[in-house]
Design a protein around this ligand. Structure first.
Ligand SMILES: [Zn+2]
Ligand SMILES: [Zn+2]
Ligand SMILES: [Zn+2]
Ligand SMILES: [Zn+2]
Length: 193
């Protein structure tokens, strides 16, 4: 089996925090992060703000399942194998030796749409998935450009204002990316670019 592309995961601490959310969710008592804790040599899920917050949950209730073992992809923490797992809120990458090894990281869920950013004209729009599984599109030069769209952008010139980008408005139509413009085009009439 092919090695997983190492650019798929990252040791970035912020991304890691996303993976922790995807795996366990937040503490229902205080909204803090959850982590693996140990008492009498048994592992359970506890709140990071212990002893201020006493929330805890059995690991068998976390509903974490292994989707696919990433053969030949060693865990950076223990050298065993990494696996794609499904947690409470989404997919993440974890270690087969969980919970003995707590390594977890996010799967970067983004694809280049190859549509140029209409705001900064230098970036591309990337398709990303937020932690609730909803797709959105943002500029790859973020944070210098904060352009973001909820609908899929298409490189197609608006017949009304000549903006180079339209969005997938319905199954049959594209509409102008500019909220102030009413330009609409039927999908069959999309000029091939
Ligand atoms: Zn808590
Ligand atoms: Zn490990
Ligand atoms: Zn931009
Ligand atoms: Zn327009």
């Amino acid at each position: 089996m092919a090695k997983i592309d190492s650019s798929l995961f990252s040791s970035d601490s912020k991304i890691n925090a996303d993976a922790i959310f995807e795996a366990y969710g937040d503490c229902p008592d205080c909204g803090g992060k959850l982590k693996i804790r140990y008492a009498n040599k048994s592992a359970f899920l506890g709140c990071i703000s212990y002893p201020n917050c006493h929330y805890k949950k059995s690991l068998t209730d976390t509903a974490i399942t292994t989707v696919k073992v990433m053969v030949d992809t060693p865990c950076p923490q223990c050298d065993k194998t990494l696996a794609i797992k499904k947690g409470r809120y989404g997919l993440f990458i974890g270690c087969v030796d969980f919970p003995s090894c707590e390594f977890l990281t996010s799967i970067k869920q983004q694809t280049d749409t190859h549509v140029n950013c209409p705001q900064c004209h230098t970036g591309h729009l990337l398709e990303k998935t937020n932690k609730f599984g909803k797709k959105f599109y943002s500029c790859d030069t973020y944070p210098s450009c904060k352009f973001v769209l909820n609908d899929k952008p298409v490189a197609c010139t608006c017949p009304d204002c000549h903006s180079p980008i339209m969005i997938e408005y319905s199954v049959t139509q594209f509409s102008c990316v500019k909220p102030t413009c009413n330009g609409v085009i039927n999908r069959e009439n999309k000029p091939s670019s």
